[in-house]
Design a protein. Structure first.
Length: 289
């Protein structure tokens, strides 16, 4: 596929950009861009950050990867991930230039998807797990997005097949690492399902069998917010939806999202959004007239 590559001062590159559909963005994770390159001897990226997750496959060559105050040596069949808003830097060995293929993606379950292939914020590199099948799926992805058959469903199918293939290839130690952090994802999923049932952080930490303080600390490190903030976020999102799309009373909405009464619901809603629930609903109705 080198015939589609564009040359610049430090690489040959083919890059495919696509805007995720509403359907894609309603899911757990979705692809944003796809690319592959052949590095020149002076190839050097960063230090810088990215707004998305970048999963990178090393097809050939050698290099060095810096992220989160860690240094990893890159070799053929390694995979590594750039995490959003985290300073990273990577470069090639001049006598053995890197050849890479990469996939950028985003979504509220992006971290969970990476955990399935043994990658985390603190372990963003895996040596030698890339398979011919995963590489072929990436080339199939290029064929799809460069064809008239490119659809959101087609992109999602290939996107998840790539992760499925890599997950099957993860070695035993990576699987053990993933089991060690599975309690964090277990707690996250528990909150997503039961947020409207009046759950507390204590109840979530008991469910996963982890001390509350440790659970809160590790959850914030992994997801960028505290468990209680995540529960509140879920409640307010559902409350806004019910205020906008239904004629339910405030009492019905309060109970639907896990508050015992109108007072506590209204207080939390106003603190979070700056307006009372009734005013929020009135403003929404006026904006649509």
């Amino acid at each position: 596929m080198k015939d589609k590559m564009i040359e610049d001062h430090h690489e040959f590159l083919e890059l495919c950009l696509f805007t995720p559909s509403v359907y894609e963005k309603s899911g757990a994770a979705w692809p944003i861009r796809l690319g592959h390159n052949i590095a020149k001897p002076n190839y050097h990226i960063g230090p810088r950050t990215t707004p998305y997750y970048y999963l990178i496959f090393v097809l050939e060559g050698q290099g060095t990867f810096h992220q989160n105050k860690q240094i990893f040596q890159l070799r053929k069949n390694d995979i590594f991930c750039l995490f959003p808003q985290v300073i990273h830097e990577y470069y090639t060995r001049s006598d053995d230039p890197l050849c890479k293929v990469f996939l950028a993606f985003d979504g509220r379950q992006a971290l969970s998807l990476l955990e399935k292939i043994g990658l985390t914020m603190h372990s963003p590199h895996a040596a030698g797990i890339l398979t011919p099948e995963a590489i072929q799926l990436m080339w199939d992805f290029f064929k799809l997005v460069n064809s008239d058959n490119d659809t959101d469903l087609g992109r999602l199918i290939l996107f998840h097949r790539i992760f499925d293939q890599l997950s099957a290839a993860v070695d035993g130690s990576a699987r053990n690492d993933r089991r060690d952090v599975s309690w964090l994802q277990k707690g996250h999923e528990y909150m997503e399902i039961h947020y409207a049932e009046g759950i507390t952080v204590e109840r979530v930490s008991e469910y996963v069998g982890i001390d509350r303080t440790h659970f809160t600390k590790q959850y914030r490190k992994a997801y960028g917010i505290t468990p209680i903030q995540f529960i509140q976020e879920l409640k307010m999102k559902e409350a806004r939806s019910l205020l906008e799309q239904t004629s339910y009373t405030l009492s019905e909405i309060a109970h639907s999202v896990g508050y015992p009464d109108i007072f506590s619901f209204s207080k939390a809603f106003k603190k979070r959004l700056g307006v009372a629930p009734t005013q929020y609903r009135d403003n929404k109705i006026k904006s649509e007239q």
